[in-house]
Design a protein around this ligand. Structure first.
Ligand SMILES: [Zn+2]
Length: 334
């Protein structure tokens, strides 16, 4: 990326070197979703001093060299990248809440080069080993899509056995894995999304799926008790309004979208009388990345990759993601 907001340009780069406390990773695949498009657009940071930049934070690759200060035990291991450049020393980091780091140095693919290149250098702190035997393209869902889902379902929503869950935007890269993790936590999951191909994909995974083109219609076709948890990956006024209006007593609304300038109204009486909780959920911890790797490695979560492409087709994949036509995650295969 030579200018924030412009599409990436293909060019030859030298193989970077791992400096102190860093590892050199031979990138095998890199996940592609809305977040990397936001990064390229300059949504996370748009300082020109950061340019040019290799984007891509959902890295899967093998450590081929370790810089000074890093033990050799990581060399040869397959790793995934932890997205946040957390300090590892503040109280939040020490508590294992690295996504709340008080001294955050930025993000992989924004403040340092990422996985849209064959080699990437990562801080050793950000290189999380995963079990062998997971297909590298499948593994691209682990560091963001599945890890975020674990953070949402277990940590933020506290989903328990028998909870009724509605996932809005359930066929997207994060949504389709959130739905699976919610079910694994014991939730009775209803998926909301738009269009037959997406609803069909959700039904194939065994979910009840409702078309959410019109949220009034969703209310009418909802069967059984109201949701205990609504996980909103759409972030529109109609989706958030439906969520707060529909939650049962003690319900929790989990918000994951970060679009700018989105304002929605809130009925405080409804929040009080329903004892509703409105909760934000931001990425995941390194431990949750490890848990995500175990769930994918053991087959408990099915990775859903709608399109895996070579680097020459990457811009077409970006376009398909922007249009919303990719089911699940996209991936770049090196
Ligand atoms: Zn920190």
């Amino acid at each position: 990326v030579h200018r924030w907001g412009s599409p990436p340009i293909a060019e030859d780069l030298p193989v970077p070197r791992a400096n102190e406390n860093e590892v050199l990773v031979q990138v095998e695949a890199c996940g592609v979703g809305m977040t990397v498009l936001n990064c390229i657009r300059g949504d996370l940071a748009d300082d020109p001093v950061l340019l040019p930049r290799v984007p891509g934070h959902e890295i899967v690759g093998r450590v081929v060299a370790a810089g000074p200060g890093v033990g050799s035990e990581l060399v040869g291991r397959r790793v995934i990248a932890y997205f946040y450049l957390s300090c590892g020393r503040c109280m939040q980091c020490i508590a294992g809440d690295e996504s709340r780091c008080r001294d955050l140095a930025g993000w992989v693919g924004v403040h340092r080069d990422g996985g849209y290149a064959r080699y990437a250098v990562l801080p050793a702190f950000n290189a999380i080993p995963i079990p062998e035997g997971i297909d590298v393209v499948d593994a691209t869902v682990i560091p963001d899509a599945v890890a975020t889902a674990i953070h949402v379902c277990r940590r933020r929503a506290g989903i328990g056995m028998g909870d009724r869950i509605a996932v809005i935007g359930a066929a997207g890269g994060v949504g389709i894995h959130v739905a699976q993790v919610a079910r694994l936590c014991g939730g009775d999951v209803v998926c909301l999304d738009i269009g037959d191909p997406k609803l069909f994909a959700l039904a194939e995974l065994g979910f009840d799926a409702i078309d959410s083109t019109d949220f009034d219609e969703v209310g009418r076709s909802w069967k059984g008790p109201p949701p205990d948890v609504v996980i909103d990956l759409l972030g529109t006024d109609p989706s958030l309004t439906w969520a707060t209006a529909s939650l049962g007593i003690g319900g929790r609304l989990i918000v994951l979208t970060t679009f700018r300038d989105r304002i929605t109204s809130l009925d405080p009486r409804r929040v009080v009388l329903g004892e509703l909780s409105i909760v934000g959920s931001k990425y995941a911890s390194r431990a949750e990345l490890m848990a995500a790797a175990d769930l994918v490695g053991s087959g408990q979560i099915v990775p859903v990759i709608g399109q895996a492409v070579e680097s020459g087709e990457l811009l077409d994949l970006h376009e398909a993601i922007r249009e919303g036509s990719v089911i699940g995650r996209g991936a770049l295969r090196w």
